[in-house]
Design a binder for this molecule. Structure first.
Ligand code: ATP
Ligand code: MG
Length: 201
């Protein structure tokens, strides 16, 4: 095949692709607040959520963050985002359940945390709300999935919500608009490498 034939074939293929892509873009003509779930065992759930926080701030939107598991945290993202105007940041957990080992306290902590999340889900000035590690209180039954879903459903129509954490309940994934499962292929921790600043925290 001559090089001009190859060029022509490439152009035809790209033209067909463009027709398909343009039609898909034309079909997606609505604006609405989205519910996103980032789940699975692979690394990248919380850091993806905070990437969206950066995007939203770049558009002058206000962002609310609630972290459900971490008790005190001094992650890079917390340090960075707390300095930004337009960010509300709540640390609502007391650490992992295998650290606290107290069911009644874990339940009370999660329920207090959810009351703070509810105030954000009522605040239409927040364009994006991140509920980081919310799947754990749901998985352990400290929060009722039905009431969490009802509060999510009743949020302002243009507000986006991102929920992260492993083992997202089925009902949450069904209610969500976008669900991504991150798959663990390999993680340096298993080769004995500690959590690294800038990468893991
Ligand atoms: P990140 O905050 O890096 O996006 P994540 O939110 O997907 O990670 P979590 O389950 O919340 O993951 O775990 C938080 C911490 O555990 C991070 O330091 C992360 O690098 C690390 N981590 C994530 N996935 C794994 C894994 N499969 N094995 C070991 N450590 C992991
Ligand atoms: Mg996380």
């Amino acid at each position: 095949m001559s090089s001009s034939d190859r060029e022509q074939r490439h152009q035809n293929r790209m033209q067909r692709k463009k027709t398909v892509v343009d039609a898909a873009i034309a079909r997606a003509d609505r604006h609405q607040g989205l519910l996103l779930v980032l789940t699975g065992n692979g690394k990248g759930k919380s850091s993806s959520a905070f990437g969206m926080a950066a995007r939203a701030l770049g558009h002058d939107m206000k962002v609310g963050v609630a972290q459900f598991i971490k008790g005190c945290s001094n992650t890079g993202e917390e340090g960075f985002f707390r300095r930004q105007p337009g960010v509300v940041w709540h640390v609502l957990g007391e650490g992992f359940t295998w650290e606290t080992q107290n069911l009644a306290r874990d339940t009370a902590t999660a329920q207090h945390g959810w009351s703070i999340a509810q105030t954000m889900l009522h605040d239409a000035s927040l364009g994006l709300v991140i509920l980081d590690e919310l799947t754990y209180p749901l998985k352990y039954g400290w929060l009722k999935i039905e009431s969490v879903l009802a509060d999510l459903q009743a949020r302002p129509p243009m507000q986006h919500v991102v929920i992260t954490g492993r083992a997202a309940p089925e009902a949450l994934c069904e209610a969500a608009d976008t669900v991504t499962e991150l798959r663990d292929v390999k993680h340096a921790f298993r080769a004995g490498v500690q959590a690294q600043k800038g990468i893991d925290l």
